[in-house]
Write a protein that binds this ligand. Structure first.
Ligand code: SF4
Length: 267
């Protein structure tokens, strides 16, 4: 349709509308040239299109959207992303070769950690178990699968927005608690991981990790249920998944802790 045809058609519609409405022709403000209107329309469509692309890139409303907002508040990693990746790889290699404490003697593999490099949540357990020691990955046995269920319940996952590690990176023999000199020796790796990953929140699972990160000797029953701070980062403490598998009565408090974590990262 040419511009002239379009204008004629529009006038006809106006007349029909006037007739049906009141039987007289109404005065109308002069309309902008249709070619200009089309151009303006295309221009105004840029914003919604941009918004749609933004949504597609950063996820739907809710947690994904919050993630985009939070990322914009963080230091610009567009140039440093490669640096972060390189720093992470170097840290992993350092842990893998570490002999700073006696735990290196009996390990099969060190377990530095796994997950995304800009996590919303950094999950910290106490140390690798037998499965983790074999595979070199944290939380891979039944407790790990249970932890994945917890995370999924609040729209988190180790493949999308979580990083998982432990306070010691090598398995304590017989799954005993890590000794203070062991987690003391290993602490610099955890500190560097937190500084590198800049999570929105920390989730300490179990008595040992919660005690190390809060500096408290209280049991997990007293440490959970409130928000702590680790170097300015909100920290939620809860029971260890393996403990909850043995004691289903802890499911309810864990769910309360997870809701608290979700509230923190949704701010
Ligand atoms: S537990 Fe930590 S400090 Fe000890 S050998 Fe392993 S990586 Fe090194």
């Amino acid at each position: 349709m040419t511009h002239e045809h379009y204008e004629r058609f529009r006038r006809l519609l106006d007349l029909t509308d006037d007739y049906l409405a009141r039987g007289i022709r109404r005065k109308r403000p002069q309309r902008a040239d249709s070619s200009r209107v089309a151009s303006d329309t295309r221009a105004s469509q840029k914003e919604p299109a941009h918004e749609a692309a933004h949504e597609a890139a950063h996820g739907a409303a809710g947690l994904g959207r919050q993630s985009a907002q939070t990322a914009s508040e963080r230091p610009d990693l567009s140039a440093g992303g490669g640096d972060r990746q390189a720093a992470h790889t170097a840290l992993q290699q350092e842990v893998t070769a570490c002999t700073l404490c006696p735990l290196h003697r009996e390990r099969t593999r060190a377990v530095p950690g796994t997950g995304v490099l800009e996590p919303r949540v950094l999950v910290i357990g106490e140390g690798p178990g037998a499965d983790e020691d074999k595979q070199g990955l944290p939380f891979v046995g039944p407790a790990g699968r249970y932890l994945d269920d917890w995370l999924a319940a609040i729209e988190l996952s180790r493949t999308e927005n979580v990083y998982i590690t432990n306070v010691v990176k090598c398995r304590p023999p017989g799954n005993r608690d890590p000794l203070p000199q062991e987690w003391g020796a290993c602490n610099s790796y955890l500190s560097r991981q937190i500084a590198l990953l800049q999570p929105q929140a920390l989730l300490a699972v179990g008595r040992v990790a919660s005690g190390v990160l809060t500096g408290s000797s209280d049991g997990i029953g007293r440490l959970r249920g409130r928000v702590h701070s680790y170097e300015g980062i909100p920290l939620v403490a809860t029971y260890h998944p393996s403990g909850v598998l043995r004691n289903p009565a802890w499911r309810r408090p864990v769910w309360e802790d997870l809701k608290q974590l979700r509230a923190i990262i949704s701010r």
